[in-house]
Design a protein around this ligand. Sequence first.
Ligand SMILES: Nc1ncnc2c1ncn2[C@@H]1O[C@H](COP(=O)(O)OP(=O)(O)OP(=O)(O)O)[C@@H](O)[C@H]1O
Ligand SMILES: [Mg+2]
Length: 322
Amino acid sequence: MNKISGSLDYLFDPRRVPPKGFFTKGLDIEVKDLFKTYIITPEIQVKALRGVSFKVVKGSLSVVIGPSGSGKTTLLNIIGCLDKPTSGSVLIDTIDVTSLNEKILEKIRLSVIGFVFQSLNLIPILSALENVALPMIAFNVPREVRIRRAKWLLNEVGLSDRALHKPFELSGGQQQRVAIAVSLANDPPIVIADEPTAELDYENAVRVMELLWKLSVEYGKTILVSTHDYRIVTKSNTVFRLEDGKLIDIYKPTEFVEVKSSKTSEITDILRKRLSRVEEDIKELVSRYSRGELSLEDFNREYSRLRNLYDALRELLITISK
Ligand SMILES: Nc1ncnc2c1ncn2[C@@H]1O[C@H](COP(=O)(O)OP(=O)(O)OP(=O)(O)O)[C@@H](O)[C@H]1O
Ligand SMILES: [Mg+2]
C-alpha cells in the first residue's frame, strides 16, 4: 500500500499549524506482534523485539519502562516510523504505517509524530528559535506563523529568554525542553519521547514530565515515553514493561506508588511499604493455592503478575536510592 487512505490526510496540510496553541488532537496507536531482529552477521543476530503487542489510547500518556537493552528505543523508533520491524504492524489511527513507502513516511515524521530523541538531535549552529522553526520550514508553514509559533513554543517550555542561545549555551534541562518544543513545532497529534529525563536532575525532570502530562491532559495529544525514571511512571495513564524484547506486564501507575511528595526519602518509604504489601500478597496467594482455592493456572498467572510487579518496584527503589 503506497497511498494513505483518508484518515491521516488532513494532517499533511501545513495550514492547520497555528501561530499559537495546540489544536490537533491525539490518535490511537496499536502495536501488533512486533518483531525486530538486527542482523549483524548471518551468525550474529540480536532479537531486540520478540512479539510485542499493545494499544495506546488517544489523548493518554503511556510509559515504556525496562532495563537497558530491553528494546525501548527499538520499539519507539518503529512506532515513530524511523525504522521498520522485521514483522508485525503499527496502526496509527487505522493506518498500518509499517507498509507505507518512504515518501509518505517522511510526511508522517514531519507532521504526525513529534519525536524527542534520547540523544536530543538539536542542530548546534542554530539558535533555540531556529531549531524550533526548522520542522516548520520543512513543512512549508508560512514564515510569519513560523516565527510567532517558535516564540510561543519556547515560551510554553519556559525558555523565552533563551531563544537566541545555541544548544551549547544551554543547560541539559534547557536543551531537553528545546527538543520538546522542536517535536511540537508542527502541532503533531502524537509525541514520542525516548528517555527524556535520563540526563536531568530532579527539578528539570519534573518540569519535562509535567509538560508532557499537560500535552495529554489539556491538549488531548497521545504521548508515549520511555524511561527508567519513576517520576514519569507516576504521572501517566499506563505503564508497559519490557524485558528482553518482550512485553512482560501492563500496569496502572498507581500500582507502583502514588507520589504526593517530592522528597526522595518519602518516596523511598512509600515504595518500601508497597513492596512489603506485594510480599504479603504473594504469601497470601501461596496459602490460597495450598488450601486448594486456586487452580494451578490461576496461581501461575497471578504469581507471575505479582512477581513482575515486585521486580519492577525493587528496580525503581534501587534507581531512586542511587
Ligand atoms: N542498530 C542496531 N544494530 C544491532 N543491534 C542493535 C541496534 N540497536 C539496538 N540493538 C540491540 O538491540 C537491543 C535493544 O536495544 P535498544 O536500544 O532498543 O534498548 P533500550 O531498551 O533502548 O536500552 P537503553 O535503556 O540502554 O537505551 C540491545 O541488545 C541492543 O544492543
Ligand atoms: Mg534506549
